[in-house]
Design a protein around this ligand. Structure first.
Ligand SMILES: C[S@@+](CC[C@H](N)C(=O)[O-])C[C@H]1O[C@@H](n2cnc3c(N)ncnc32)[C@H](O)[C@@H]1O
Length: 255
């Protein structure tokens, strides 16, 4: 039997790591890290820093696996994600077999919280269904980038008894969700909200939340969208990658 701890480490600031996550970190023998893309080195360094800061023994190891490339050009996006997940599952299953002894504990350090736009739990589900490894796993929740965003802007996520729509830049580009007064947008490569700058919307935008590079902008979308686009482009050029999240809010309902 191998034990897996899927640990949400919060979306940036090491102070977001919960007491429960610290306890879990200290139970892990081997951390498996799987990332791809321009932010990989920085995110792996951030995970290593979390381990170094919070683990009080020296028996842990961190193993970096090279993530299979996802086919981002195909229109069959969902299928591409599925194929990619299968490849990731095969890679992780092999790493679990080779790197973690029977009876040992592996840790997956998930940016933010494992329930939000993260494939780790699906991949573990695939490995478990495959059935060749005896696994038991637990999830330790973390502070999401959405919580970091609302905290930094000191705003509520929802209005009184209101609903909140959570979506991606790709979906927002297809239209503003119907009947949604509060929309949180993640994974937006192109600042899709620009298309709605003619509407009466407020925006609360944050990049690299919880890190020393954090940038915050808020205001009427029409007034601040160019400023956001400029800051975003400059930051991306400087760092080579960007992670940003924003809340679009239709003014009116009681805050
Ligand atoms: C793959 S998702 C992971 C989300 C993560 N599980 C969470 O709980 O926030 C990556 C997206 O999360 C958002 N994100 C994550 N960390 C962020 C941060 N520190 N600042 C701003 N946005 C962030 C961005 O929208 C980014 O494109």
């Amino acid at each position: 039997m191998r034990r897996l701890l899927v640990i949400g480490i919060g979306a940036g600031d090491p102070d977001f790591v919960t007491v429960g996550a610290v306890a879990a970190l200290n139970e892990v023998d081997v951390f498996l890290v799987l990332d791809k893309g321009p932010a990989t080195a920085d995110l792996t360094a951030a995970r290593r820093a979390v381990c170094e800061r919070f683990i009080t023994h020296d028996r842990w190891r961190l193993v970096e696996l090279s993530d299979p490339e996802r086919d981002r050009r195909t229109p069959a996006y969902v299928r591409a994600v599925d194929d990619w997940r299968d490849e990731r599952a095969a890679l992780l299953e092999q790493a679990l077999t080779e790197e973690v002894p029977d009876g040992g504990t592996a840790g997956f350090l998930v940016w933010g919280d494992p329930s939000l736009y993260d494939g780790t739990l699906r991949v573990i589900g695939t490995i478990a269904r495959h059935g060749s490894l005896d696994l038991e796993w637990e999830v330790i929740p973390g502070i999401t980038s959405v919580q970091a965003l609302t905290a930094r802007h000191r705003v509520l996520l929802n209005r009184v008894a209101g609903a909140v729509h959570l979506t991606t830049g790709r979906r927002l580009a297809q239209g503003l969700p119907d009947n949604a007064d509060d929309v949180v947008v993640m994974l937006d490569a192109d600042l899709a909200c620009r298309a709605y700058a003619d509407q009466d919307l407020d925006i609360y935008w944050g990049a690299y939340l919880g890190t020393e590079d954090e940038i915050l902008v808020s205001g009427k979308l029409a007034d601040v969208v160019d400023e956001i686009a400029e800051k975003r482009a400059a930051a991306r050029a400087r760092k080579g990658w960007i992670m940003d999240t924003y809340l679009l809010r239709r003014p009116g309902a009681e805050a």
